[in-house]
Design a binder for this molecule. Structure first.
Ligand code: KIV
Ligand code: NA
Length: 275
């Protein structure tokens, strides 16, 4: 398994870091088999798996439940788990307690938190306790209410400057990497050049040191809204839909199950039933 220092080396060598989300055992297995560098158990699970319309309904128990399944599917891949909405914004000691529980119960290698400001204390506290932390700046979905929707962030010089400073503060607080979501690619380039720790972009252009996408978005699995930046690398949804329709049709017309799907009883056993 790669470690936090491997990710620093990858950045220094210009080797891109590949991250994908996963929420259960099979998706984690596929990701590990494909050789991705990191798996994120994102709180996006609220939207793509649990059917909520934002991430704010997701609980610590939800995250642990799914992260445990991902861990079982990908034992040898660095696993980052999102701390969900509201779980790290109150008393920093509570945040640490929750973080320790998430690490111990799920087997996470690192936790991710959104934002800077007061959250910088949380990053410091967790890192001080020995927990690797990934920061997340730009579009931070847990603050969608405050941001006023899912919009591109850091478009003005002032906002961009603030994001650059926040990224530097996250690094100083001890973050091992920074996710940059939905920001202009020029800003990604500036931040990536200023930081020693890797940037991992999503809707942030090719200049990031790595990329992350939501499993269900890049594979078109699900009926949720898919963001503009998520390229379709496969269409699993179409395959699944066709498969289920084919199954339903075959049952209705009686073509399934066919002889090759059936179990047989020996003739003599049958005779003894009928006499
Ligand atoms: O929850 C998630 O999937 C994320 C990524 C989009 C970075 O935080
Ligand atoms: Na998230």
């Amino acid at each position: 398994m790669k470690t936090t220092s491997d990710f620093l080396t990858m950045k220094a060598n210009g080797e891109k870091i590949v991250m994908i989300t996963a929420y259960d055992c099979p998706s984690a297995k596929y990701a590990e088999e494909a050789g991705v560098d990191m798996i994120l158990v994102g709180d996006s699970l609220g939207m793509v798996v649990l059917g909520y319309d934002s991430t704010v309904q997701v609980t610590v128990d939800d995250m642990i439940h799914h992260a445990k399944a991902v861990r079982r599917g990908a034992k040898d891949t660095f696993m980052v788990v999102d701390m969900p909405f509201g779980s790290y914004h109150g008393d920093p000691n509570e945040a640490l307690k929750t973080a320790v529980r998430m690490i111990q119960e799920s087997g996470a290698d690192a936790l991710k938190v959104e934002g800077a400001g007061e959250v910088l204390y949380v990053i410091k506290k967790l890192v001080y306790a020995g927990i690797p932390v990934v920061a997340h700046l730009g579009l931070t979905p847990q603050s969608v209410g405050v941001l006023g929707g899912y919009k591109v962030q850091g478009k003005t010089a002032e906002q961009a400057q603030e994001l650059i400073e926040d990224a530097l503060r996250c690094q100083e607080a001890g973050a091992m990497a920074v996710v940059l979501e939905c920001i202009p690619h020029q800003l990604t380039e500036i931040v990536s050049k200023k930081l020693v720790i890797p940037t991992i972009g999503i809707g942030a252009g090719p200049e990031a040191d790595g990329q992350v996408l939501v499993f269900h978005d890049l594979l078109r699995y699900g009926k949720h809204r898919i963001p503009k930046f998520a390229k379709e690398f496969a269409n699993a949804g179409e395959q699944i839909q066709k498969g289920i329709e084919g199954y339903a049709k075959a049952v209705k017309e009686g073509s399934f199950p066919a002889p090759e799907h059936c179990f047989n009883m020996k003739e003599e056993e049958l005779f003894s039933i009928y006499g």
